[in-house]
Design a protein around this ligand. Structure first.
Ligand code: C2E
Ligand code: CA
Ligand code: CA
Length: 421
């Protein structure tokens, strides 16, 4: 397996359960006939005794002679290192204090081979080998995502990673069962001066077993665990269905905006999937606006710009989300085929009394308007913010001042009340 095949996606053995021998089949090769199960029993024993243990997962073209050399060196110093290789992965356990020494040795011995990536977690805050393996797996996944060759989780990060892992397992189970406890809520977008609605943003809601989990928690977990594309497709389908319901109720809603995660842009068939979802509801590209976050818009290369251009020429409206939070978009905004910019809530909240925020909003909006793009301010809560934004030429807004995100049936009532006064 090529190390880069894993970038951005789930690891091949990230199944419904925590790692076990079955995830690897029988492709192991350890020194002295080691096997995975025996090594994990040893790990549990050592954790039980309070022995400070590190566990590393390494992927790439692994040179076993390097491992043997490291093990021999450790044995000479009466230190603890053990490892097995399973398929494309090397699993190494070692005394925690050896990390620096091992990573130095690893780097020196693999100077020629820059294709190795390692994720490491420590036993300090973890209860057994399953948790330790899961935390190391997340470390490796993050290292691959960030394109760095070594990532070490500290005990707090490891605890968080375990809790995220459990949430991801629950999410995978619920999605496999049809996603019934996921919902889309819709937040109106309005013309600031008149308060008249012009569209709505679809926002994912998840309440596993009736207990809601905030999107700010579950969306990043879905992204880390290869589940966001599935959620994205579900949100598109729910939005398409909501458009039909709203229009059947006499509501002339021009579009629904749907959030697109960076990972979805890397899927080759995104355009085809969206088009299929829309045509199954007899809708077309102009009915959906795609919200792409600024971090993605700013970091993407020409491939990403081509992707946006394809979507745009297929008729989709593109909005740059969270504008102002990224670092490089400003320089590239000319090239991005977006028709709308959404000014991030962080800049809107301090208005109109915070001078720095006022200056930032003014210059950002000037630029947006000079480029002939539309502007929408996010997170507008107070009339004074709306008035100030209007003086800066910002035409549209979204925020608690007008409405919170709501289920589709409430949106029908809200929208009718607004347009028939
Ligand atoms: P976002 O795309 O920036 O969405 C706007 C967030 O601001 C929503 O939070 C919304 O409820 C909140 N909001 C709107 N008006 C106000 C206001 O006046 N005051 C305050 N304090 N908050 C306001 P939410 O629903 O919790 O979603 C958080 C983030 O999760 C979203 O930020 C988006 O990045 C992500 N997200 C939500 N649904 C999806 C989805 O279906 N797909 C993807 N990829 N991401 C999603
Ligand atoms: Ca958004
Ligand atoms: Ca936003």
């Amino acid at each position: 397996m090529n190390r880069l095949d894993w970038n951005g996606g789930a690891l091949p053995f990230a199944g419904a359960s925590l790692l076990g021998p079955d995830d690897f089949g029988h492709h192991f090769a350890g020194p002295n006939g080691n096997d995975f199960a025996a090594m994990m029993r040893e790990v549990d024993f050592l954790i039980g005794k309070g022995f400070p243990l590190g566990l590393a997962l390494v992927i790439g073209e692994i040179d076993l002679s390097v491992c043997r050399q490291i093990k021999r060196t450790a044995a000479r110093q009466a230190d603890y290192v053990n490892w097995v290789v399973m398929g494309p992965i090397l699993i190494a356990v070692f005394r925690k204090g050896l990390l620096d020494e091992l990573s130095r040795a690893w780097r020196m011995l693999t100077l020629e081979d820059s294709e190795l990536t390692a994720g490491v977690a420590f036993s300090d805050s973890l209860r057994n080998h399953e948790e330790l393996l899961a935390a190391a797996r997340i470390a490796l996944q993050r290292a691959l995502g960030k394109r760095i060759d070594l990532l070490v989780l500290d005990p707090i990060e490891a605890q968080q990673a375990i809790s995220d892992h459990q949430t991801a397992q629950l999410m995978r189970k619920h999605l496999a069962a049809g996603g019934g406890d996921f919902e889309a809520h819709f937040q109106p977008q309005v013309v600031i001066d008149s308060g008249l609605p012009v569209g709505a943003e679809a926002l994912a809601r998840w309440h596993p077993d009736g207990r809601p989990i905030a999107p700010s928690r579950f969306i990043p977990i879905a992204e880390d665990n290869g589940l966001i594309a599935e959620i994205g497709e579900m949100m598109l389908a729910l939005s398409a269905r909501a458009l039909k319901v709203l229009r059947r109720n006499g509501i002339a809603i021009p579009h629904i905006s749907v959030n697109v995660s960076p990972q979805q842009s890397r899927q080759g068939d995104f355009l085809r999937t969206v088009t299929q979802i829309l045509s199954s509801e007899r809708l077309s590209a102009k009915d959906i606006e795609l919200e792409i976050t600024e971090s993605l818009a700013g970091s993407g290369g020409t491939e990403f710009l081509d992707w946006l251009a394809d979507l745009s020429s297929a008729g989709f409206r593109i909005a740059i989300d969270d504008f102002g939070t990224g670092t490089s978009t400003l320089a590239r905004i000319h090239d991005i085929p977006a028709h709308k910019i959404k000014l991030d809530r962080a800049f809107v909240t301090p208005l109109p009394h915070d001078e720095a925020a006022c200056t930032t909003c003014r210059s950002a909006l000037d630029l947006v308007h000079q480029l002939g793009k539309m502007s929408l301010a996010e997170g507008v809560e107070h009339p004074a913010q709306a008035t100030y934004l209007s003086t800066l030429g910002c035409t549209m807004g979204q925020g608690y001042l007008w409405a919170r995100p709501m289920p589709e049936k409430d949106l029908v009532a809200w929208w009718s009340g607004r347009t028939t006064q």
